[in-house]
Design a binder for this molecule. Structure first.
Ligand code: DP6
Length: 349
């Protein structure tokens, strides 16, 4: 059994309420492909955002059976309630009392729906933090210095990328040469002071919901012709990106960022059942960014999540000229623009 949950196996449910606000994150090195249950095929690295967060209040109470009610933005949402119920039921062998729990969740996002912001990362990390709080209340004598590791572990089991949102700044997840590295939970990453705060400006090229989920996309890596090459590439990118972030080398970070985004989408285009989430304006914007960088030498780079919307990453000192370019050249190619920066991580609310 996982040692992070061992002290909670034989406790009894009580009534308890917890509320956390947790950020979304943007991956610099992507998690794309799993081995086994929520174990990543390669290490990943991301930056937590400041403004794009989910606020979640959860009330836990004893019950005859596992029941979950969930309200998203004030409206009952049976689909997400069922997702959380399935997730909690999957923890039964480690936490048998979970089947005698009533869980009532109220959740809301600080960012608009369909904006290319990973709401599963912010939403499931916020829920995992309330659940970690509950475990703390059920066994107050346990070692609570592991609170964030436990929350990250619980978040990973719900959605891989959510485990990295439990920390502010930059965080890594997955086996690597870093001292703390594990597939089980994420760890914070210290970076050079010059790169501690970066901008993430999201160009919402297309806000409609995608029809192929990330979980489905991960699945398509299992029989992908290029899978092993992709996992090796991600491991190399991870090492270079960690070194560049520590050295304050934005140019090397930017190179990895763009290569990771394009490799992620190349995997979709070349998978046995090929698909693409890119839109014509995604490519037009990429060409315009490359042109701008060639002409101005300014450090503006892009990345993509599993969707058509571009995340523009740049340091604060060149903000003025870069944001004029975004406004004049890129904004006509998108539906809306969201401005965000590196955040400090989750907080109770
Ligand atoms: C492209 O974490 O959403 O955003 O573990 O199946 O819930 P599940 O997948 P998810 O995948 C995220 C994919 C990504 C890259 C990343 O954030 O690393």
């Amino acid at each position: 059994m996982n040692q992070l949950l061992r002290a909670y196996k034989n406790v009894s449910p009580i009534v308890f309420e917890s509320a956390w606000e947790s950020p979304s994150n943007i991956a610099f090195v992507k998690y794309w492909g799993k081995k086994g249950h929520q174990i990543p095929a390669n290490p990943s690295l991301s930056m937590s955002l400041k403004e794009c967060c989910t606020k979640t209040k959860t009330i836990f109470s004893p019950s005859n059976e596992l029941q979950v009610n969930l309200k998203l933005e004030g409206d009952t949402n049976p689909k997400f309630a069922q997702k959380i119920r399935n997730y909690l039921a999957s923890l039964e062998s480690e936490l048998p009392w979970i089947m005698n729990l009533n869980v009532s969740i109220e959740t809301s996002n600080t960012f608009p729906h369909g904006a290319g912001i990973a709401s599963s990362a912010s939403g499931l990390s916020a829920f995992a933090l309330t659940f970690a709080d509950y475990l703390k209340a059920l066994n107050p004598n346990d070692d609570h210095s592991l609170f964030f590791k436990r929350a990250s572990h619980l978040a990973r089991l719900a959605s891989g990328s959510a485990c990295r949102s439990v920390f502010g700044g930059f965080s890594t997840w997955g086996a690597s040469d870093l001292p703390e590295a594990t597939d089980l939970y994420a760890s914070p990453l210290e970076v050079h002071p010059d790169l501690r705060f970066l901008h993430d400006t999201v160009l919402v090229v297309n806000g409609t919901e995608k029809n192929i989920s990330s979980t489905d996309g991960h699945g398509r890596m299992s029989d992908h012709f290029f899978a092993e090459a992709r996992f090796s590439q991600a491991k190399v990118h991870f090492t270079i990106c960690v070194q560049a972030l520590k050295a304050g080398d934005i140019e090397s970070v930017g190179k990895i960022l763009e290569s990771e985004a394009l490799s992620l989408h190349a995997m979709m285009l070349t998978s046995p059942s090929a698909y693409t989430l890119l839109k014509p304006n995604t490519l037009l914007a990429i060409e315009a960014i490359w042109r701008f960088r060639r002409e101005t030498k300014l450090p503006l780079y892009f990345t993509l999540d599993a969707g058509p919307n571009l995340h523009l990453i740049y340091p604060g000192h060149e903000k003025k000229q870069i944001e004029l370019f975004i406004h004049h050249t890129l904004s006509p190619m998108c539906e809306k623009i969201l401005y965000d920066v590196t955040g400090d991580g989750p907080k109770p609310c």
